[in-house]
Design a protein. Structure first.
Ligand code: GLN
Length: 536
């Protein structure tokens, strides 16, 4: 199939943000990959942060970490989950990163006295990234999502670069797509207003991009006359207008697009033939049909401090959902703010309707003591519980204090001067991305991970259980280390802790949510849901 130039689909958002552009992009990618094509996705983020490392999760959502250790926008998590494939740092580029590199190069004399400008220097970097990712991934289709909304000051260099790219790469090789809402003035009259959509199309055109495909975000299905109106007023072929209505789950969006034959339009645009024998999409439909037959529900308390913005835990939510599907149950998340867990009675009250608990990652002191007390309660009551990164570190502190009787035990992240730094700073770097973890045979972790002695999971942390005397003390207790990794010569950091007597009480230093996939949920999530479902 790989005898043609990679085809590029650019996706812009109009009118306002939070249209679920990432899900639409992922869904198109999913369908094309089910048709046998190799698909890559590239996200341009117009903000000036170099990457999301320092952005507050409560404001910007999760920082997704790729296998090669890039800290990226959470949309990359969706791309990976829908495409069921690993992406790299090549798949995300921010304005901050572009300017950072350009300014460094300028200071080093790299521009040989020339004036450095948005056009051509910034636009060249943008276009080069597109060519680089196509070359590296050797893909059939590259879908490019441009973050932000058309008309934002910040997106101008990206729109300009893509408009140049259309010319240079060839219009026949680029399909520009706009996602815009179809606005209804009231939910009762059902009267739709197409003017904002029309304006978004005009705005994109004024930047030099001609949208040849339109995805209309709506709450419901709408009448065909609406398409006709937009087609007539905006010079877009009626056949190129598709609906992106709200669906029962985000994993039903590919089916909605498929039913409207979005893929046939795309293939046709590029003069590709639709080959029925190659189309595996019905596998996905079967999988989702099966999901919709699930009747049971299991409630898991997610105890954290960024719970006001659920996107802060985007990959954890999806990983729980996938593990639920495997165990034939829908996972309902009860969002429990650590601020509420101030004493035993509030802990009991908050957790009374939950069958399991998850304590995900996080940074900083706020809420930690409440979470530690909560972990004591769930451990003592054999409630299925799993900790991720910070969650595991808190499990260790709790156990050191209440069982090993080191009342001062703490992490130097919360108390620099603690006498018992059971969790300590490893070095000043943030440890990121895939790392090899060695699994102890005959542990629960070994069984969970299908008897592999070496596994790879993704990381994002600075602190860990690292001092040999502490590791040994735990090894002789009921809460034992069952995976480690070497991080500086002989030095070890504990990667996994498990309770020998409790049915389901464990945590990992790594983030298993990042590689958890719909048809292959992370083993830890699977275990948690398995035990939680049994507990009524
Ligand atoms: N703050 C902790 C650390 O840096 C945990 C990080 C996390 O949960 N991702 O080690």
């Amino acid at each position: 199939m790989k005898n043609k130039k990679a085809k590029v689909i650019t996706v812009f958002g109009g009118v306002y943000s939070s249209l679920g552009k990432g899900i639409s992009v992922s869904s198109i990618g999913k369908i094309l990959s089910c048709l046998g094509y190799k698909v890559s996705i590239l996200k341009f983020d117009p903000y000036l942060n170099v990457d999301p490392e320092t952005m507050a999760p409560g404001q910007h959502g999760e920082v997704f970490v790729t296998a090669d250790g890039a800290q990226t926008d959470l949309d990359l998590g969706n791309y990976e989950r829908y495409l069921n494939r690993e992406l790299s740092q090549m798949s995300n580029l921010t304005s901050g990163r572009i300017y950072y590199n350009i300014i460094k190069k300028e200071r080093d004399g790299g521009y040989e006295g020339k004036t450095v400008q948005v056009v051509p220097h910034v636009t060249n970097v943008i276009k080069q990234r597109i060519l680089d990712i196509i070359a590296k991934d050797n893909c059939d289709f590259l879908i490019i999502e441009v973050g932000g909304t058309t008309g934002d000051i910040e997106s101008v260099p990206f729109i300009e670069a893509l408009s140049q790219f259309n010319v240079e790469y060839g219009y026949e090789n680029v399909l520009n797509c706009l996602i815009a809402p179809l606005i209804s003035l009231s939910s009762t009259s059902g009267e739709y207003k197409t003017k904002p959509t029309q304006h978004a199309i005009k705005m994109l055109r004024s930047g030099g991009i001609n949208p040849c495909m339109l995805l209309l975000r709506t709450s419901f299905n709408v009448e065909k006359s609406i398409y006709e109106k937009i087609a007539a007023t905006s010079h877009i072929n009626e056949k190129a207008i598709f609906l992106a209505p709200d669906m029962p789950t985000i994993y039903d969006v590919p089916t909605k697009f498929y039913e409207q034959k979005v893929h046939e339009f795309i293939l046709d645009y590029f003069n590709y033939n639709y080959i029925k024998g190659q189309d595996q999409f019905n596998e996905w439909q079967k999988f989702m049909d099966n999901v919709h037959k699930i009747k049971s529900t299991t409630t898991i308390a997610l105890v954290g401090k960024y719970i006001d913005l659920h996107d802060s835990y985007a990959s954890v939510i999806e990983a729980l959902r996938f593990a639920g599907w495997k165990n034939r149950t829908h996972v309902k998340i009860k969002w429990v703010s650590s601020d509420l867990l101030t004493d035993l009675s509030s802990i009991k009250k908050q957790l009374s309707d939950c069958q399991g608990v998850i304590v995900p990652g996080g940074f900083g002191l706020r809420g930690m003591e409440n979470m530690i007390n909560t972990l004591k309660y769930v451990r003592e009551n054999n409630i299925p519980t799993m900790g991720i990164c910070l969650g595991m570190q808190l499990m260790i502190i709790e156990y050191a204090r209440n069982v090993l009787k080191h009342h001062e035990a703490n992490s130097t992240e919360f108390d620099k001067k603690t006498n018992y730094p059971v969790i300590d700073l490893m070095d000043s770097t943030l440890h990121l991305g895939n790392k090899k973890c060695n699994v102890k045979k005959d542990s629960k972790a070994y069984l969970m991970y299908k008897k592999q002695t070496e596994i790879y999971e993704r990381h994002r942390h600075r602190f860990g259980l690292i001092h040999p005397e502490h590791i040994n003390e735990f090894a002789n207790s009921d809460f034992v280390p069952s995976m480690t990794r070497a991080y500086k010569g002989e030095d070890l950091v504990v990667e996994f802790m498990e309770h020998k007597k409790n049915d389901c009480y464990f945590g990992s230093q790594f983030h298993p949510e990042f590689i958890s996939r719909s048809e292959n949920p992370g083993p830890m999530f699977d275990q948690l849901i398995f035990y939680a479902k049994k507990r009524k």
